[in-house]
Design a protein. Sequence first.
Length: 254
Amino acid sequence: MKDFTFDAYRLYLKTIQSTYKHILRFDEYLRLGRKPVSFAMIRHDIDRRPLKALRMARVENEMGIRSTYYFRVKPHVFKPSIIKAIKRLGHEIGYHYETLSDAMGDHASALKRFRQNLEMLRLYSRIDTICMHGRPFSPHNNLDLWRNPETRSRLTTNYRILGEIYLDIDYHDIAYITDTGRNWDQKRSNKRDVVDTNVLASLKNGMGLFHALKNKRWQKIIFQIHPERWSENESEYFIQFLNDTCVNLVKKVL
Ligand SMILES: [Zn+2]
């Protein structure tokens, strides 16, 4: 079976489902007072191709799985009908923000845009959690928007946000498994999307990932998946493969 296809994704989900009793959305996790000793959380960053996200959301729904979809507020991603459809399938919608890089590092303007975009998203869904978009080619790190403690406290008080998932989750004992760079190796092609963890979750390939999940190598996992990379048929698979290979080359040069 080819990796990065919907068939492979179904297999990973099935394996996670059979091994982890708790599959939590990020809002559910942040609301829990006492966290379970073992759990899985599935997170999707919708950087582009929102329709693909909807298809993946349906796959999960058919399997009885609920996850979290972080949407950018950009014309090619912000599609209200898709956002509403994913929400109706039982998934959480979050905000994948990038207003500091949009505002070229100007904090006041970035905060204003953040509030406006959040309000726009909230026209179509409840939004409880947010997650920065790590724009690889921008000099600005969007997490810096919350560097000032006063601004950060506004997140809960003014914007009614439960948490920024890079800042408000303690990752030290969580395996962070991500498809960034179209591989399962934490150390490659991963410029900004990194968390501070003691758990090494670098795998050679999809087979390695499958066995690790099946044998429950980790008690806690975050499975971070970009739907746009996953194909539903063979020809789409090769186009996506070439595309990701090019992006990785550019990142390497940078
Ligand atoms: Zn992103």
